[in-house]
Design a protein around this ligand. Sequence first.
Ligand code: ATP
Length: 271
Amino acid sequence: NSTFLYCDQLVSDFEKVIETPIINNSSVYYTGVDLGTAYIVLAVLDENYQPVAGAYRFASVVKDGMVVDYIGAIRIVKELKQEIEEKLGTELIYAAAALPPGTDTLDSGAIKNVVQAAGFEITNILDEPTAANAVLKIKDGAIIDIGGGTTGIAILKNGKVIYVADEPTGGTHFSLVISGAYKMSFDEADVYKRDFKNHRELIPVIRPVIEKVSTIISRHIKKYSVKELYLVGGTCCLEGIEDIIAKQTKLPTYKPQNPMFVTPLGIALNC
Ligand code: ATP
């Protein structure tokens, strides 16, 4: 899909530098810090806004967009920062962070404090859909961010976010259903779910949860003339999720090659 040329290239470059960082003589580095329910991700861009390094860690320090383990969050961001600094041989100074839609009045202080306490100078705090759209570059439609704990819905008109919502259904619920159906622990179910080999088999099991997410999407977009949906967030890695959402919402539904890392990269682009 040509819509995602820039996004697919950027995410694929980012995946490579997570493995093998690019050491160059950039005069400045921009870091995007994404504190999620399931993962904490750091994405580092050079002076030309090209990915040079990245790191992520499975963590449960955030719940429904709120920092619930403040000390744990600081420790992990600090460790990821140090890990990248050692690889790049330079100090990371500037960072931006993002907030899930609708939580800005609740928690912007906590997220800002975590990033600062980890040793960064904050240059920007933006909302997650605006961050994602810096990578997707969509003019009209809705960005649906199905993460770990929540589903974010952001409606765009002429490239601007005009409506946002965040609902507490996400990948965690998919894992809970798999855990029940397969008699696995939550962690085992989550690992099983993330393996692409298992997606075809899992779709019938998790279809009701995908349909619930679709109903939530339809409810939020019904007052707006949304014509297309764009999927991001780790849960949208599930192969076939787009077809069920398209069928249920009756809207063309697109997703980039890798819907993970879109938001962290967008945060770094806005640093
Ligand atoms: P939130 O946005 O809710 O705060 P987050 O930012 O941590 O959470 P993401 O990193 O976008 O969310 O997505 C995490 C979710 O994606 C987890 O539930 C994880 O199990 C799921 N996930 C990650 N990779 C895959 C995969 N390959 N297949 C299916 N699900 C996946």
